[in-house]
Design a protein around this ligand. Structure first.
Ligand code: S3P
Length: 164
């Protein structure tokens, strides 16, 4: 099961709870990438550029899905940008899109200094742009779309677990 959605939608927090409930493994592509590159993603973006990051991200995703990973996998918000990643995601048995509005996301991410794409003077504007481009891509590969507006993390984890 793969979790997709914009930065701050709760892929990692919900994913961890969900994995516990399902008594299965939890992995996060960003954490695997961070281990592999040996530095924070933000520094890697500055030093090597986004394109290099996307290459590594693709390799990591393909390794999980080609390897038949059975646990819960949280992904980076930009995972749906590449065609080949969307192809990979179509092979997964379930892909859950945690949808959140840009207004909610900007509130949740107001103290974030780690996400390279949000270190701008107007993060809400940036999130609206990301939403406009990515929401259709997330929907395109999702087997299940869940609105994260009201429910708590544990309610979301329960909801997803019952939909599997
Ligand atoms: C990105 C989101 C990040 C991380 C990288 C790029 C994006 O992950 O993969 O900074 O393009 O939206 P989160 O969605 O966990 O923030």
């Amino acid at each position: 099961m793969v979790l997709i959605g914009l930065p701050g939608c709760g892929k990692s927090t919900v994913g961890r709870q969900l994995a516990k409930r399902l008594n299965t493994a939890f992995q996060d592509t960003d954490a695997v990438i961070t281990d592999r590159i040996g530095m924070p993603i933000r520094s890697f973006f500055e030093q090597e550029g986004e394109e290099r990051f996307r290459e590594i991200e693709h390799r990591v995703l393909a390794e999980f899905l080609d390897g038949g990973y059975q646990g819960v996998l949280a992904t980076g918000g930009g995972i749906v940008l590449r065609d080949d990643n969307r192809e990979c995601l179509r092979q997964a048995r379930s892909v859950v899109y945690l949808r959140a509005s840009p207004d909610d996301l900007v509130r949740r991410l107001r103290h974030d200094r780690q996400r390279p794409l949000l270190q701008v003077s107007d993060p809400l504007k940036r999130l609206r742009e990301l939403y406009a481009v990515r929401d259709p891509l997330y929907r395109d590969v999702a087997t299940f779309v869940i609105d994260t507006g009201r429910p708590s993390v544990s309610m979301l984890a329960n909801l997803i677990a019952t939909q599997l």
